[in-house]
Ligand binder design. Structure first.
Ligand SMILES: Nc1ncnc2c1ncn2[C@@H]1O[C@H](COP(=O)(O)OP(=O)(O)OP(=O)(O)O)[C@@H](O)[C@H]1O
Ligand SMILES: [Mg+2]
Length: 352
């Protein structure tokens, strides 16, 4: 990725939720800093943005975080932004200040988009920039028809900026970037983020524990990694609880302890999964059961259908499509439940 950053090549990075995209962006930024590369790093988190005005606001906020000299920033942004009301937020942990412009509904978004993008360009002339748009799939849900095309026309012209488009809704992003009719077609090289392989977790986790004087066995780590299907967030959570038990409570590693921690983690998600479950249709619930029972394979066999009381193959197709769209399951040869803890929750609660 660092070569793309220094060469101002755009990157499209996608994966399922919580595979480590945001961490990877921050890691890239740390490396750029550590190696003293002549690049300004800007991180624009788009999570929760609902329309173009939010997008512009977040860009401005991100810019105000890297340009700590307020006067220089205000000079850079030109008259237009100076006329807006700006709200300053102070982060007591980092000491960083960020500025949020307040737009009203009548604001001419095109105008401010042009403005913010030309500020990025102006900055890049001095020093190359990396701009990461994290949770970029949100852009696909904004309202204005030409926004994507306008954004593209700016991005294309920016020779000294590496844009990183990062997001988790795979089909939304691949629609945006791989469909000929869409504005972002072929604007960036794809970097699908896969699971971290077990052999990479093992030395990393053993090292974490050895720092506290604990030698955690190879088999134990391998077991934990496979229980959580190589999912970084759950493995992190699990290892934290394990560390807490071993170091703070002086327990020793046992299958029983590992089972208890796993159970606790599943229980922690109870409320979240209950909400998810009640919002599914009856058909979708049956399909989930079907996927778990059959390990995602041969879902259309009559035996499999009878088991979950489904009558027609078309209801299976319909349910699978809806669950894929909701990103609850994914398709890769067979079908899998994306969230491994949700799968465990289903097994427990549906008595499968
Ligand atoms: N290389 C890694 N090794 C171990 N744990 C990691 C690694 N990268 C990320 N994690 C952990 O995985 C979790 C998810 O990481 P992160 O938030 O970066 O993922 P994400 O793909 O951006 O998630 P989201 O889809 O919610 O945006 C975090 O708890 C993080 O600490
Ligand atoms: Mg993220």
């Amino acid at each position: 990725m660092i070569n793309f950053a220094t060469g101002s090549q755009n990157i499209l990075m996608y994966s399922h939720r919580r595979y480590g995209k945001t961490s990877l962006i921050h890691q890239l930024y740390r490396e750029i800093k550590a190696e003293n590369l002549p690049l300004t790093c800007i991180y624009v988190g788009l999570y929760g943005t609902l329309h173009e005005r939010d997008f512009i606001s977040r860009c401005f906020q991100a810019l105000s975080q890297v340009e700590t000299n307020f006067e220089r920033l205000m000079k850079g942004v030109g008259k237009t932004f100076r006329q807006l009301r700006l709200k300053a937020d102070f982060d007591p942990n980092t000491g960083a200040v960020s500025l949020t412009p307040s737009f009203d509904q009548r604001t001419d978004t095109d105008f401010y988009l042009d403005e913010i993008m030309s500020i990025f360009e102006k900055y890049s002339l001095r020093k190359r920039i990396v701009v990461a748009f994290d949770e970029f799939q949100e852009v696909g849900n904004y309202g204005l028809p030409n926004f994507e095309a306008k954004l593209r026309s700016h991005i294309e012209r920016h020779q000294r900026i590496c844009y990183i488009f990062s997001g988790s809704q795979r089909h939304m992003l691949s629609e945006m970037f791989n469909r000929k009719s869409r504005a972002f077609y072929k604007l960036a090289d794809s970097f699908p983020i896969g699971k971290i392989r077990t052999e990479h977790y093992v030395p990393w986790a053993r090292n974490l524990f050895s720092r506290s004087g604990i030698d955690i066995g190879l088999e134990c780590i391998t077991d934990i990694v496979s229980r959580f299907d190589n999912h970084p967030m759950y493995i992190q959570q699990f290892l934290f609880h394990l560390w807490n038990n071993l170091v703070m409570h002086k327990k020793s590693v046992s299958t029983e302890l590992i089972n208890t921690i796993e159970k606790d983690i599943i229980e922690k998600h109870q409320a979240e999964y209950e909400t998810l479950w009640v919002n599914l249709t009856q058909n979708q619930k049956k399909i989930l059961k079907l996927v778990v029972l059959n390990d995602g394979k041969n879902l259309f066999s009559s035996q499999a259908l009878i088991e979950v009381e489904l009558k027609t193959a078309s209801s299976v197709t319909k349910g699978l499509e809806a669950l894929l769209k909701k990103e609850i399951i994914s398709k890769n040869g067979g079908y899998t439940i994306q969230d491994v803890i949700f799968k465990k929750w289903l097994i427990k609660n549906l008595h499968l």
